[in-house]
Design a protein around this ligand. Structure first.
Ligand code: GBH
Length: 492
């Protein structure tokens, strides 16, 4: 579509913040050093057969020992912020205040100091999926008590780092954590509890987020003057036809993925009504006496709503959606939605089967979020593109497809900002450097920098995309007309 895909030029606002993102388990390594407690990802990746090539994050990018090197890359990119996550078990080995691990406290203090010194704002995610194993042992996020343990952990972080950290993200993509870890079993903790645990885990996470927001609001906001948000992800859901049933199915997809968390926290303290009706109906159909979707009490609803200072949005791909009545038994998270989701085969491929490159879907998702939640302040906390690369392969430093991915997607972001009035205040590229890509191990890469995982030095080398990103960052967008983009896919 020549009109839709045309690139515009122009700048983001002068206080727009550019950055890159990483997460602790994916980069730090040092899994058993300095009293770090084990996490569900240590357990999961140490179990043969879970991860491609039986890889794990034991060493990863070795960032635990490479603060200066990593900060040097950030300086080279000239980003204004760095989004990283704190490993809960590095500072609280069993997840609770039973033991505070000073070595862990010191590591993040050193990282934050190095960033502040370099005039790079630290943006901290408190939970990027690496739950302390000791907390999984008592039931993980299915156990309500985790709201208290998470609050205690967050409060310790506010006390230790709140003078420097002004933007806190409680959870990264809780929908993925809940589904992949408890419904599909492809992420830690590897459970396949169809249609039940997924909703209970999310229920606790929603309450834990609100508890942490209130703690910050009551005790720290006045002195620290920061903000607490959450990062949610969704594919854009494009109705496959103009029929009303398919339009409604696409809306269901977005509500089940994004509204699941955003609706209770940003609208009215409760789940989207379409989730409540769908899951109740399916549950009754199974012979259950109540819905598999838990419900919030009236007091809880009051505590939940209005607890998002800024919304983190991650976007990776788009799906075509059609209505499709599912009678699979027993129904799970997917069946509860009564729809089919797939990729258009003509969309450019990435190096991962789950990702097709669809820049226009990014703009549409941002517009949906704007209208659904009353134009909240948005930070795009991740987008990026997968590349297949095995250890023995030569690095592909001229990553033209990634250059094009970022140009086209950031251009859609610019359209959302300038033409559609979406209140977008920042952007983080996923990711600083190649790292442990969860169940794909090191076979799938997203980095602006290549990492040599064969070398003990874990040498980082800039790809073409790092240079292009630096150009976009220093130009604050696209100051001059962008030449027409001919999309060269990574794979035909
Ligand atoms: C993000 O999730 C994560 O926040 C980040 O840690 C990660 O490295 C990055 O994306 C790249 O993946 O193979 O069918 O099980 C993005 C959403 C959802 C994408 C789960 C991969 C796996 C689909 N992710 N999906 S499947």
């Amino acid at each position: 579509n020549p009109v839709r895909d045309r690139l515009i030029h122009g700048l983001f606002s002068s206080n727009f913040t550019w950055g890159v993102a990483t997460s602790a388990y994916q980069i730090e390594g040092a899994w058993n050093e300095d009293q770090r407690g084990e996490t569900i990802w240590d357990t999961f990746s140490h179990e043969p057969g879970r991860i491609v090539d039986n890889a794990n994050g034991d060493i990863a990018c070795n960032s635990y020992h490479k603060i200066d090197e990593d900060v040097a890359l950030l300086k080279e990119l000239q980003v204004k912020h760095y989004r990283f996550s704190i490993a809960w078990s590095r500072i609280l080995p069993d997840g609770t205040l039973n033991k505070i691990n000073q070595a862990g406290i010191v590591y993040y203090r050193r990282l934050i100091n190095a960033l502040v010194e370099a005039e790079i704002e630290p943006v901290v995610t408190l939970f990027h999926w690496d739950l302390p194993q000791a907390l999984q042992d008592i039931g993980g996020w299915s156990n309500e008590i985790l709201t208290v343990y998470f609050k205690n952990y967050a409060e310790l972080c506010f006390l230790e780092y709140g003078d420097w950290v002004k933007r806190w993200i409680t959870f990264n993509e809780p929908s993925i954590f809940a589904k992949a870890g408890h419904e599909h079993g492809v992420h830690a903790p590897g459970l396949k509890h169809q249609g039940t645990t997924v909703y209970r885990v999310a229920h606790t996470i929603i309450k834990a987020h609100a508890k942490v927001w209130h703690t910050y609001d009551n005790k720290y906001r006045a002195s620290q003057k920061g903000q607490v948000g959450i990062t949610l992800v969704s594919s854009w859901a494009q109705p496959s036809t103009k029929w009303q049933v398919d339009i409604m199915a696409a809306e269901r997809y977005l509500q089940f993925e994004f509204g699941w968390f955003a609706h209770p926290l940003m609208v009215n303290g409760d789940y989207p009504s379409v989730m409540k009706t769908q899951i109740l109906e399916k549950s009754i159909g199974q012979g259950l006496s109540s819905s598999r979707l838990p419900s919030f009490t009236e007091e809880e609803k009051v505590l939940l709503r209005g607890t998002v200072d800024f919304l983190g949005v991650n976007y990776y791909t788009t799906k075509l959606i059609s209505a499709w009545r599912s009678d699979a038994w027993p129904p799970g998270y997917e069946e509860d939605q009564d729809l089919k989701a797939w990729h258009d085969e003509s969309w450019p491929k990435s190096g991962a089967s789950w990702q097709k490159c669809v820049p226009w879907g990014f703009r549409l998702l941002l517009n949906w979020v704007k209208h659904e939640y009353g134009n909240p302040p948005i930070y795009v906390t991740e987008t990026g593109v997968a590349e297949k690369l095995n250890d023995q392969d030569e690095p592909k430093l001229k990553d033209v497809w990634r250059v094009q991915y970022f140009v086209s997607h950031i251009n859609e972001l610019l359209k959302a900002y300038k033409l559609d009035g979406v209140n977008v205040q920042g952007f983080s590229a996923w990711t600083l450097m190649d790292n442990f890509e969860w169940q794909d191990g090191y076979s799938t890469r997203f980095g602006l920098y290549h990492v040599d995982f064969k070398s003990p030095a874990r040498t980082r080398t800039a790809k073409s995309s790092a240079k292009k990103y630096n150009e976009i960052v220093t130009g604050n967008g696209f100051p001059v007309p962008v030449s027409k983009l001919r999309y060269i896919p990574q794979f035909k």
